[in-house]
Design a protein around this ligand. Structure first.
Ligand SMILES: Cc1cc2nc3c(=O)[nH]c(=O)nc-3n(C[C@H](O)[C@H](O)[C@H](O)COP(=O)(O)OP(=O)(O)OC[C@H]3O[C@@H](n4cnc5c(N)ncnc54)[C@H](O)[C@@H]3O)c2cc1C
Length: 516
């Protein structure tokens, strides 16, 4: 049995650790903080529990990765399917994304006005493309590296893949032109909003197949984890420990050293020799741990820098009388003609009324996020940067007051976060979050076949394929471990449920506040 170190207990690292155990490896998981989940964690501050970043999740149907983990690992995690999943609000109207797809199509057509026939044709095409691509996401072994059987399965599925030919390498806007919908403003607003929160780029620049698949996000086992996503991350850590894995919280890895037959991990609480490493880090942060420049990492780090940071508000509010009991998700756009970032576009997640773990009954917690254009902010002096962040957070407050006034009247607590906060708590250089935007072009597909960074060392997380979102990061972790173990003596794979081991020494519960 070999030993595999995972650096970072974000969802990329958790996916890698679980897959390594499934493949029969001994696992040691290092996490700098005293709680897991990274950008998709739940932190405690003044007795309230806030989701740090991610709040709406897909992949929870029984045949999908998170659904399967919950079932096979016997996790005590409750997943709430919401209806509506999200409500989009702009100054010119609102659109509820409801669970019934047909009903949603009716609403979108009504929103789009006169172009109903074209919109319906576009939605039918979109659904077909999404079907092909989600079948890859829902079964990680369908992504490279392939076994002979999987490759053969793909050959048989070739006729389905041919559907993609007309959109690969093109922008979503070009596909819309084909349907005569490029100038359909309401549809463009909806698409820009969906693309921005999923593949991190607007519809004019988005790579079409990724965008068309992302449009299905709301109907792919999507909803909210009761108690916050940190509940799932913590349950996965327990499962890893129960299966013999060692989880080392508050043990930040400081450097990595190549050894003749593996790697030496130098961490805050000592060094350890391991056979392989899955690093749940940004390429620039892995570069720092390695000390010497790695050719593969430089262009990768550049691509991360085409992405985003995040500005956040975390609030505690008394809900309006007609708020309903379910958790809520709002997407707010203040000015439809301005870019969807920097406080113009907000994603608001509100905890459920009965979730007493988040706030005392009668109160609800809010996590409010917006994309921050970190590339443009990079050259700013610290004082100017602080002023920018302050301006964006003020704009977020104005947006809430204008487009979600019912949640504004009784705010009893507020704290904030900025890219600097993310850098400090998740260890991400400068606070780059959310993965590499899926802009139109072939680059994204080349990543499918990217191998380990160095022998026995792979990078996992949202900057590695398939990329953005907790689900994609977890799937990427799974695939990276299969790559690392390629050529290693193949042991019989064990179902998660049959893995047994000893409980590793205790880990402390989450308590570090993620606030500025
Ligand atoms: C504001 C915001 C909103 C989002 N909303 C959603 C959403 O609604 N739905 C969704 O699916 N996705 C969402 N995302 C994206 C999603 O959160 C991320 O893509 C995903 O969680 C990233 O996981 P990761 O494993 O790549 O990295 P991370 O979550 O960053 O995890 C990395 C981990 O490594 C640890 N670490 C770092 N350096 C070291 C070191 N040297 N030693 C030990 N440990 C270390 C960190 O502490 C951290 O726990 C959102 C992201 C943000 C920022």
């Amino acid at each position: 049995m070999g030993e595999l170190a995972v650096i970072g207990a974000g969802f990329g690292g958790l996916g890698a650790a679980l897959r390594a155990q499934e493949r029969g490896e001994r696992v040691v998981l290092y996490e700098a903080l005293n709680y897991p989940g990274g950008c998709a964690s739940t932190f405690t501050h003044r007795g309230y529990r806030f989701e740090a970043g991610a709040t709406l999740f897909s992949g929870f149907d029984p045949h999908q990765p998170f659904g399967r983990w919950i079932e096979e690992l016997g996790l005590d995690v409750t997943f709430d399917r919401l209806d509506p999943l999200v409500e989009l609000r702009t100054p010119s109207g609102s659109l509820a994304v409801c669970r019934d797809r047909a009903e949603f199509a009716d609403r979108l057509c009504a929103w789009a006005g006169e172009q109903e026939g074209r919109v319906r044709r576009f939605l039918r095409y979109q659904e077909k493309i999404a079907e092909v691509l989600w079948s890859l996401f829902e079964e990680p072994t369908r992504l490279p590296p392939w076994s002979f059987g999987t490759a053969f399965g793909h050959v048989l599925r070739t006729p389905r893949y041919l559907r993609l030919v007309r959109s690969v390498g093109r922008s979503l806007e070009q596909v819309l032109e084909r349907f005569g919908l490029a100038d359909c403003r309401p549809l463009r607003i909806y698409l820009d909003a969906v693309c921005q929160i999923t593949i991190q780029v607007d519809s004019a620049r988005a790579e079409a197949p990724f965008a068309l698949a992302a449009m299905d996000y709301f109907w792919r086992g999507t909803g909210h984890v009761r108690g916050g996503i940190g509940v799932l991350a913590e349950a996965l850590v327990d499962a890893i420990e129960q299966r013999g894995g060692q989880v080392r919280f508050t043990d930040r890895v400081r450097s990595l050293e190549r050894r003749p037959h593996g790697w030496r991990v130098h961490a805050r609480r000592g060094a350890r020799d391991v056979d392989r490493i899955a690093a749940n880090l940004l390429p620039q942060d892995l570069q720092r741990l390695l000390g010497q420049p790695q050719q593969a990492l430089q262009p990768w780090a550049e691509r991360v820098r085409t992405g985003w940071g995040a500005c956040m508000l975390y609030r505690v509010v008394t809900p309006p009388p007609d708020a309903g009991a379910e958790p809520r998700h709002l997407q707010l756009i203040q000015d439809e003609r301005q870019p969807f970032h920097s406080g113009n576009h907000l994603f608001v997640s509100i905890s459920g009324a009965h979730d007493g773990t988040r706030a005392p009954l009668g109160q609800r917690t809010l996590t409010v996020s917006t994309h921050a254009p970190l590339g443009a902010w990079q050259q700013l002096a610290p004082a100017a940067l602080a002023a920018k962040v302050q301006a964006v957070q003020d704009r977020m407050r104005r947006g809430l007051a204008r487009l979600a006034p019912e949640w504004e009247s009784a705010v009893s607590f507020e704290t904030t976060a900025s890219p600097r906060t993310f850098a400090r708590f998740t260890g991400r250089s400068q606070g780059w979050v959310g993965g590499i935007p899926r802009s139109a072009g072939w680059q994204a597909y080349r990543e499918l076949w990217r191998g380990p960074v160095a022998p026995g060392l792979a990078l996992v997380g949202d900057s590695a394929f398939p990329g953005q979102s907790t689900l994609a990061a977890a799937i990427g972790g799974h695939r990276a471990v299969d790559r690392l173990l390629r050529g290693a003596p193949r042991r019989r794979e064990r179902a998660y449920s049959s893995l047994e081991g000893t409980l590793a020494p205790g880990s402390s519960g989450p308590s570090t506040p993620m606030s500025q």
